[in-house]
Design a protein around this ligand. Structure first.
Ligand code: HMG
Ligand code: MG
Length: 302
């Protein structure tokens, strides 16, 4: 049985824009996020409080976040790698944060300059402080990258992924997001990982999926996850995105492609597809290149 409604976790403003060559002006980012909210998205990842040298595209987080103060009905999670990032996010009133670990040693090193276990140690005080109620309790998402394949290490064993998922939950993360950072997963593999997590006692209700579309599998993988009971789906408007520290990563699953499929299945998303497509068309003009989303292209040519 498919669910009547799912939650879309929109990552275009963060995962999307962090990997675009063009650095989008802060005001345009704020307009983008407002337009995403107008299109009915209710969880919009806004930016990252990481080292500005590592991700220059998001170096304006301090200026951007206050421009979103009027979006009271919308959840605006932000990425936070360490306590320095948490301090910055809390100072601006962030209510939702995400730490981001890796299932593989190679990517942990490339993305966080740490081993897998050193990164978990770095997250520990972040999650503890977020959950301790310092200034009110903060919701914590735990991303896990390279859940299916890694550009340096190849296919990633299920047990390795399960171990780090368990560790993130044990730290106190409220939800997980399983990242296919380089887009190599296929639907059978998705089913196997979800089954392995289920067997390890990880409730499916706490699992989100985060597919990149490098091999054109992101939508099929999302459908596989849907059939396995997942109800939280990450996607980026217009298919923006990638990851600057994983060269073979291209854009995320386009939100429009996901919404087209879900609405066709009779599943409610709360998203107005015409407004969303218009927003992605506008962002494509800001970036000076067309959206790779098939649905955006089809609806723009109607
Ligand atoms: P490091 O060089 O090991 O940092 O980087 P450090 O802890 O040694 O500190 C060095 C200096 O950086 C210090 O300054 C710190 O204060 C400063 P100094 O004392 O030398 O003047 N610093 C900071 N400044 C501002 N904000 C901070 C911060 N932290 C330290 N938060 C670090 C470690 C984690 C900081 C670095 O590796 C980093 O910023 N990495 C972020 C990488 C990133 O954002 N990647 C993209 C997001 S992950 C992704 O896209 C995957 C995902 O989409 C899921 C999927 O697809 O799989 C989520
Ligand atoms: Mg990603």
């Amino acid at each position: 049985d498919l669910p009547a409604r799912v939650r879309i976790h929109e990552v275009g403003a963060r995962d999307g824009l962090q990997n675009e060559k063009t650095v989008v002006p802060t005001e345009a980012k704020a307009e983008f996020i407002h337009r995403l909210a107008d299109a009915g998205l209710t969880t919009i990842e806004a930016t990252s409080f990481v080292h500005p040298k590592w991700v220059p595209q998001l170096a304006d987080a301090e200026r951007l976040f206050p421009l979103l103060d009027d979006l009271r009905e919308v959840d605006l999670p932000v990425l936070v790698p360490n306590e320095r990032g948490l301090d910055r996010a809390l100072a601006l009133g962030a209510r939702r944060i995400a730490v981001f670990g890796s299932a593989t040693e190679s990517f942990a090193k490339a993305n966080l300059n740490r081993t897998v276990d050193e990164s978990l140690a770095m997250f520990e005080p972040v999650v503890a402080r977020a959950k301790s109620g310092e200034g009110g309790e903060v919701h914590v998402r735990g991303y896990l990258s390279m859940c299916f394949g890694d550009p340096w290490e190849g296919p990633v064993p299920l047990a390795q992924v399960v171990r780090v998922c368990r560790a993130l939950l044990d730290l106190g993360c409220d939800e997980l997001s399983l990242g296919d950072t380089i887009g190599v997963a296929t639907p059978g593999h998705v089913g196997q990982l979800l089954a392995a997590l289920n067997e390890a006692g990880v409730p499916t209700s706490r699992i989100g999926v985060h597919f990149h579309d490098t091999y054109g599998q992101a939508l099929a993988n999302s459908f596989a996850a849907l059939q396995h009971g997942v109800t939280t789906f990450d996607a980026s408007a217009g298919g923006l995105g990638g990851c600057p520290y994983a060269k073979s990563a291209t854009g995320n699953l386009a939100t429009e492609d996901l919404v087209w499929m879900l609405h066709g299945l009779g599943i409610d998303t709360g998203v107005d597809l015409d407004r969303l497509t218009a927003t992605s068309g506008w962002m494509a003009s800001v970036l000076g290149r067309p959206s790779p989303s098939r649905t955006v292209r089809a609806l723009s040519h109607k």
